[in-house]
Design a protein around this ligand. Structure first.
Ligand SMILES: *Cc1c(COP(=O)(O)O)cnc(C)c1O
Length: 369
């Protein structure tokens, strides 16, 4: 049985009429930049996440970049983050003029380890950036406590975790600010690129709105040098439709994760993803850790079952960050890079498909079916 890693056509088939009507409305209005769709989506996202302010931008990468620009980093100032994340988290720090400092991750959730972060705090540290990896919230209680004690803001990279929560509060509202991505494969994906900055700080939101619009409040009066980074109205219209389905889709992912966990439990060599107490994991990815991972990848490929490796190389081992990472060692992240395998967990997956994937993985580790 063929099982793709993700099937966006299946999702589209379910919401086609709603999406097409929303896009048609924007086309009829010919308002492509700003306008009622963007304003409404920003308000709906603020309400959904429980944030005071939500500002649409062109991508999750830009959301991070604009947040780091808002910090006005001086040469040599540092931002502590995880090496076990998508490249954009650290690239945005560098592009905004900062120094990325990589702290190792916890062995259970593979999210930023607060003890490792604390050991790296210096007078130059300007922000701590946890990533809610694969849809599971980072260790926010400890990280927020660290931030409070040292007077350092915590910025959430919530690109993979929209709809996840921590102690009943949605991610994106937990720290000083958060970045969200609407990349098409994210749990809430646009028909193209998009991103958003969330915050409860009105002064920060004001600055982000200036930065995204070439630093201009009024036309041709530029208070600062910013960028041109907007969420297009067509994307806002599509995302408004999809936001109404997000909780149901995330619930379906959670159901699939439960079925995988039941099917894979009891094998000594498969490390399953965990959901810590108080966290609602929304399984952007369902990631196991296994021996001989690359052989498993080849087996999946030959059986036409999708899988993914997120991430094969930790960021402190990327050549482009070499100037910042001499002598840096993050053994937990390094080990995870050789073991992780993401299984298909998209909402439209059938039980039969899940059982096929689980049986294949059990075959790889030599467990009885
Ligand atoms: C996807 C992603 C980003 C970047 O978002 P884009 O919208 O693709 O620019 C940043 N951080 C993490 C953790 C991501 O998964």
């Amino acid at each position: 049985m063929r099982v793709p890693l993700l099937d966006l056509k299946a999702q589209y088939a379910e919401i086609r009429e709603e999406v097409e009507a929303a896009v048609r409305e924007v086309l009829e209005s010919q308002l492509f930049r700003g306008g009622p769709q963007v304003d409404s989506f920003e308000a709906e996202m603020a309400a959904y996440t429980g944030c005071g302010h939500a500002t649409g931008v062109a991508s999750g990468t830009d959301a991070l970049y604009l947040l780091f620009r808002a910090l006005e980093l001086k040469p040599g100032e540092e931002v502590i983050t995880t090496p076990f994340t998508f490249f954009a988290t650290a690239a945005a720090i560098v592009n905004a003029g900062g120094v990325p400092v990589f702290a190792d991750v916890r062995p259970d959730t593979l999210t930023l380890d607060p003890a490792a972060v604390e050991a790296l705090i210096t007078p130059r540290t300007r922000a701590i950036v946890p990533v809610h990896l694969f849809g599971h919230c980072a260790d926010m209680d400890a990280l927020l406590d660290l931030g409070r004690r040292h007077g350092i803001p915590v910025i959430e990279d919530a690109a993979q975790a929209l709809g996840a929560s921590h102690s009943g509060r949605r991610v994106g509202s937990l720290g000083w600010a958060a970045a969200v991505s609407f990349y098409p494969t994210k749990n809430l994906g646009a028909a193209g690129e998009g991103g958003m900055v969330l915050t409860n700080d009105p002064a920060l939101d004001d600055k982000i709105r200036l930065l995204r619009c070439h630093g201009a409040r009024a036309a041709y009066v530029h208070e600062m040098v910013g960028v041109n980074s907007h969420l297009p109205a067509v994307q806002a219209a599509v995302l408004r439709v999809k936001l109404r389905h997000l909780d149901r889709w995330n619930d379906a992912r959670r159901d699939h994760a439960r079925r995988y966990t039941e099917a894979l439990e009891g094998t000594d060599s498969i490390v399953l993803p965990v959901e810590l107490p108080g966290c609602r994991h929304i399984y952007h990815q369902y990631v196991v850790r296994i021996p001989r991972r690359d052989a498993a990848k080849a087996l999946f490929h030959s059986e036409r079952v999708g899988c993914g490796v997120f991430y094969p190389v930790p960021l402190h081992r990327q050549a482009c960050f070499a100037a910042h990472t001499e002598g840096v060692s993050c053994p937990v992240a390094e080990k995870a890079c050789g073991e992780v395998l993401a299984l298909p967990v998209y909402p439209e997956l059938t039980d039969a498909q899940i059982d096929t994937v689980a049986a294949l993985l059990r075959r790889h580790v030599g467990a009885a079916d």
